[in-house]
Design a protein around this ligand. Structure first.
Ligand code: GDP
Ligand code: IMO
Ligand code: MG
Length: 423
């Protein structure tokens, strides 16, 4: 059996959680492979809304195995709060959720370091989610990290060492902090974590594949936030791209089947950093209002703009995307004209590729298409699509040279339209 990977192609919040939930019935296993509680994946069904941060979005659909892979960074305190809320709302997870012993733990001092580094950067700050993501991955790579598996063995020693090292750094930064409450909750989280299946997930996943089981890998963040290929340094600290599924789960690249690339019908970004098609006018505000573009976790206002096909082509290339899924089409239901960036102008010259530097002197070149001015939120089949909407998606497919297989017309699980396939 093959492994399919679902990931964001823009700057995150494309709607990954919703689509993973929709696709889960077709798989036996759902696995997160990178990121941590910086993610906020929203799912809506039966009149309820859930926001998942570390737990895979396959958790609601029957008795599937859900795996938190080695590439994820886990905060036990936030994990406990998330898991307990799910259990309280009638969704048991202890049996279904397996956590890699090789996943790294976000320590209380990692969160404090995140804040301290941001403060030290001043105006150049990244605008992180403040969850300690960067410092945790830094420790992983510099071989100073604490892993989930450590809680079963000489935990106090490993934790004590890492904490002392962080305290030194914080002292050198003259950063004032109080760790007492954070650490108390965190240690409670460590005890709570011990009740779960802590596994060697690379063995488990490969054994399941051998048994003929199918796996859906759920990405977090988006390709433009990838630490290698995103808008560095305004990125997250993991590989959000398809290759991250291999390293974050222990799966060989030859096992990867479909790569679902998720994009909004427009574009958003939260936090600092370049965003070529950002709109600062009434149109941007209209998209934000209609799309409820506020962070799922932080409530931060998301920056909004038109779809950027230059950046999307790049994302499709580095991920090997086989099919596209277009989200939030309904948000553009009431626009006279829709714009799509097809090239950038740099020093008066037009380029159609994603350049090294997108932070300065880059002007988007737009194609304009007529809007469809139709409420699409109750549509259930592509036969109902307005002519102008069909023209929009055909245009995108031609530009991106990749088929759009699913169109989402609202936040609910049911507001999802699968298009006819020509395979
Ligand atoms: P993720 O991080 O990629 O899972 O996305 P988020 O959950 O952070 O943000 C997507 C937001 O859009 C959530 O509030 C979803 O409920 C909502 N959403 C998802 N698909 C659609 C859609 O097709 N239309 C509308 N209007 N909202 C959607
Ligand atoms: P999901 O999975 C949108 C952004 C932050 C910041 C940068 C670095 O819900 O799509 P970090 O805390 O990771 O060090 O922050 O990355 N960011 C996200 N933006 N969606 C996310 O996740 C994000 N996770 C991180 O805003 O700009
Ligand atoms: Mg999100």
């Amino acid at each position: 059996m093959k492994v399919d990977v679902l990931l964001g192609l823009q700057w995150g919040d494309e709607g990954k959680g919703k689509v993973v939930d929709v696709l889960t019935p077709r798989y036996d296993v759902v696995a997160r492979f990178q990121g941590g509680p910086n993610a906020g994946h929203t799912l809506e069904f039966e009149g309820q809304k859930y926001v998942l941060r570390s737990i895979p979005s396959g958790i609601f659909q029957g008795n599937k195995v859900n795996i938190i892979g080695n590439g994820v960074v886990l905060d036990p305190a936030l994990f406990k709060a998330e898991a307990e809320a799910l259990e309280a709302s009638g969704h048991p997870l202890k049996e279904r959720l397996h956590i890699s012993k090789k996943a790294h733990l976000i320590l209380p001092t990692h969160r404090i370091l995140d804040a301290a580094y941001e403060a030290a950067k001043g105006d150049a700050k990244v605008g992180t989610t403040g969850k300690g993501i960067g410092p945790t991955y830094t420790d992983k790579v510099s071989r100073n990290g604490v892993r989930v598996g450590d809680i079963l063995h000489n935990f106090e020693e490993v934790y004590g060492k890492a904490k002392a090292c962080h305290e030194q750094i914080l002292k050198s930064l003259n950063y004032e902090y109080d760790i007492t409450e954070l650490e108390k909750q965190w240690l409670e989280g460590i005890e709570y974590l011990k009740q779960f299946h802590l596994v060697d997930s690379e063995h488990e996943i490969n054994n399941l594949l051998k048994e003929g089981k199918s796996v859906l890998c759920e990405g977090a963040q988006g390709t433009m936030l990838d630490v290698d290929f995103g808008s560095y340094p305004f990125v997250t600290s993991s590989n959000t791209i398809c290759a991250g599924a291999c390293t974050g789960l222990g799966i060989g690249p030859n096992k990867i089947g479909n790569v679902y690339g998720i994009m909004k019908a427009y574009c958003t970004r939260v936090g600092a950093g370049p965003f070529p098609t950002e709109l600062f006018d009434e149109t941007g505000k209209k998209i934000r209002d209609l799309g409820h573009e506020y962070g799922a976790v932080t409530g931060r206002e998301r920056r909004c703009g038109w779809i950027d096909l230059v950046a999307l082509k790049y994302s499709i290339m580095v991920n090997g995307v086989t099919q596209l899924i277009m989200m939030k089409s309904d948000v553009l239901d009431d626009f006279e004209t829709i714009k799509a960036c097809v090239a950038y102008k740099v020093n008066g010259e037009e380029i159609d590729y994603f350049p090294y530097n997108i932070s300065e002197g880059l002007e988007p070149v737009y194609a304009e298409l007529p809007g469809w001015k139709t409420d699409m939120t109750k549509m259930t089949s592509e036969d109902e699509f307005p002519e102008e909407f069909n023209a929009y998606i055909t245009f995108l497919e031609e530009q991106l040279e990749t088929p759009i297989k699913i169109v989402s017309v609202g936040p609910d699980r049911d507001q999802t339209i699968e298009r006819y396939t020509e395979e």
